[in-house]
Design a binder for this molecule. Structure first.
Ligand SMILES: [Zn+2]
Length: 260
């Protein structure tokens, strides 16, 4: 079974110089699907170009909470233009972040709510980032769920507690797990993986960040996604091929990509 990396930043400066090698390496590792995730409007355009030039690479359009003020291009109107063109498979990366202070929190909330609405209007899944902002995140998602029903999308590189995992699943979201699932001191995360329904989980690298064991300290690439899938299979006590098959299917179903 091939692998699907549901969250990579192929437009990152850390990858741009040898993008071709990174994609070839991924193919050699049987990573046949990659979702390259935007952090702003300019990043959406770069990721679109990468997706257009490489089969099996899909892109999202969205404004990351820490990137809102990075460029005057980052407006909901510009995002809507991309969604009208009907090319991205998801809206992201969107969310809330109280760890970094690049964007006033009020502004983050407004962009998060606005992008949730746009994703709903265009019937696209969202890719959500949450760092040190769980109470605000859950209440924003609850508001959205009351308005439109279950929220379709992925809580990316899930790193919250069991309560947050349970609430995200109840609100309709899927959970995506990164290289953190391979870190030795992460039994809590492995417990959350064990409890997550098999049809609601995904594997991602978050390249170039969050490199899994045993490559911590090096740049992360989509070719590392098999290491994460292996950790998920172990945490859920399932044979690896069963996990590979489920994840390949889940990614296609959520992103609306037909299974070849
Ligand atoms: Zn990301």
């Amino acid at each position: 079974m091939p692998y699907f990396d549901t969250h990579a930043h192929l437009d990152s400066q850390k990858i741009a110089d040898d993008l071709h090698a990174v994609i070839t390496q991924a193919r050699n590792a049987k990573v046949d699907g990659i979702l390259t995730v935007a952090t702003g409007i300019l990043s959406t355009k770069r990721n679109w170009e990468i997706a257009k030039a490489n089969t099996g690479v899909y892109f999202s359009a969205g404004i990351h909470p820490n990137s809102v003020l990075e460029s005057p291009e980052n407006t909901l109107e510009n995002l809507q233009e991309w969604l009208i063109r009907n090319l991205p498979v998801a809206v992201g990366e969107i969310g809330l972040d109280r760890y970094w202070h690049d964007t006033p929190f009020e502004t983050q909330m407004a962009f998060f709510a606005g992008q949730l609405e746009l994703a709903h209007a265009f019937q696209l899944p969202v890719l959500i980032h949450c760092r040190d902002a769980w109470p605000d995140m859950l209440s924003a998602l609850e508001t959205q769920e009351k308005r439109h029903g279950p929220v379709k999308g992925i809580m990316h590189s899930f790193s919250g507690d069991e309560y947050a995992a349970g609430r995200c699943l109840e609100l309709g979201l899927h959970l995506s797990f990164s290289g953190m699932a391979t870190f030795k001191k992460n039994d809590l995360l492995r417990k959350i993986i064990a409890d997550c329904p098999l049809d609601r989980m995904h594997a991602e690298t978050d390249s170039p960040y969050l490199t899994p064991e045993p490559f911590r300290g090096k740049r992360n690439e989509p070719s590392n996604v098999p290491l994460i899938v292996e950790a998920l299979a172990r945490a859920k006590n399932l044979p690896e091929p069963t996990m590979e098959k489920a994840l390949w299917k889940n990614a296609h179903a959520l992103l609306g990509i037909p299974l070849a």
